[in-house]
Write a protein that binds this ligand. Structure first.
Ligand SMILES: Cc1ncc(COP(=O)(O)O)c(C=O)c1O
Length: 399
């Protein structure tokens, strides 16, 4: 006799046979929808994003303009004016479906990277491409490797596919690529290297990457997540591995230096064959036309990117000096945010929020004594530091 709806599930209560149907037993599936959902989804903790300005304004009765958001590593200058005008124009065509193949944007990205359009895939944010990679390569019971304090989305996505995340210790909050290569086992399918990493802001060097790539088996997919690449003066070259045809995906985004986080657009660079696999996993219109237009214009606006980089370098240096002067431990950053140890991260997060400043506490990363603050305009950075000082003087034993 065949049993329907009897997915084995550790949490499932005993099934109750409902009726006989020509030799089939139908099982009552009404207890909870969780009995039919993938069991590993129970362990999936939803991503906790930076608190939106609108939420804080509503909760505190403030005007949105009074609030400073330094919680999601966004661009305090906003989008490039050229991107804004391209998006306004694109709005007129909002009734048409977008170019699902993203022809012009992929061409432009490829030209900048010295690659071909076939080496580029667009995503609804680079986060979506992390999901594509999971769709393509992960089965329940497989493993991915990340650093202990790597960007949390890798683990969320692995859990989504029933895969296990091997988190390798990261002394000094920097990826230990030797140890990550040594952690490769028979079930390893993907390794994620965030460079610079979020939330630590640390980087691995070209020499470390090259040694690592010599050791990693060829069938393991290595993902270099370079969301903050443009903030680094001489970043390591990972595209050489794409050109060599290794199983490498380089992720980049328009959410950070381009200031288009709201549009949800990012991209992956890989060999044409690997991209052809990932293309199979995406929805036909995953990158909308307004985002494509804004990203294309922003990509070509070098001046806006240079201004953003300068503002970031100035603000980051200043923030780090302030932390040092206050005797606070911080992790020197290569990106547009700084991880700083303040004592009770959650308490500071709440205190700052009451004053209209949103930062990120680091509980989700197992760092309850730390916060991560994004680099803002100099006015925003000053206001944040004033409030930080006020908090620390009220809680002197905090650190
Ligand atoms: C390391 C890293 N990768 C990827 C992303 C996701 O970027 P996107 O907005 O393109 O999905 C972020 C965003 O914070 C990030 O910090």
């Amino acid at each position: 006799m065949r049993v329907l709806c009897s997915r084995k599930n550790a949490w499932a209560p005993p099934h109750e046979p409902l009726a006989f149907e020509s030799g089939l037993v139908r099982v009552k599936a009404s207890m909870s929808i969780w009995n039919t959902a993938h069991p590993w989804l129970r362990d999936l903790v939803s991503y906790e994003p930076g608190k939106p300005i609108e939420d804080v304004a509503r909760e505190l009765g403030l005007e949105p303009q009074q609030i400073i958001k330094l919680a999601s590593n966004e661009n305090p200058l906003g989008p490039s004016p050229k991107a804004l005008s391209a998006m306004r124009e694109a709005l007129e065509r909002a009734h048409f479906y977008p170019d699902g193949g993203g022809y012009y944007l992929r061409e432009a990205i490829a030209a900048r990277a010295g690659l071909k359009r076939e080496n580029v895939i667009l995503g609804c944010g680079s986060n979506e491409i992390i999901e594509f990679i999971g769709h393509a390569f992960l089965n329940p019971g497989d493993e991915i490797i990340t650093a202990r304090h790597a960007f949390v989305v890798y683990k969320l996505m692995a859990t989504l596919f029933g895969a296990r995340t091997v988190e390798v210790a990261d002394p000094g909050y920097t990826h230990d690529l030797e140890a990550m290569a040594a952690a490769v086992g028979p079930r390893t399918r993907e390794i994620f290297v965030a460079n610079p990493n979020n939330p630590t802001g640390t980087m691995v060097t070209q020499a470390e990457i090259d040694r690592f790539m010599e050791r990693v088996p060829r069938d393991v997919v290595v993902v270099f997540d370079e969301a903050y690449h443009e903030f680094v003066d001489n970043p390591p070259d990972t595209l050489k591995y794409v050109r060599e045809g290794r199983n490498v995906v380089v992720l980049r985004t328009f959410s950070k230096i381009q200031g288009l986080a709201n549009l949800r657009i990012g991209y992956g660079l890989a060999s044409a064959e690997l991209i052809s696999v990932l293309q199979k996993t995406r929805q036909p219109f995953n990158a909308n036309g307004i985002a494509q237009a804004g990203a294309l214009a922003g990509l070509l606006d070098q001046e806006h990117q240079d201004r953003t980089r300068e503002l970031t370098h100035e603000g980051r240096g200043w923030l780090q000096e302030q932390f040092a002067a206050l005797g606070l431990e911080y992790v020197p950053s290569w990106a547009n945010f700084v991880l700083v140890r303040v004592g009770d991260g959650k308490a500071l997060f709440s205190a700052l929020m009451r004053r209209g400043i949103i930062v990120r506490d680091m509980n989700a990363y197992g760092l309850p004594e730390w916060i991560r603050v994004s680099v803002g305009t100099m006015d925003q950075n000053r206001r944040f530091v004033e409030e930080l000082k006020a908090f620390l003087s009220a809680v002197p034993a905090g650190v």
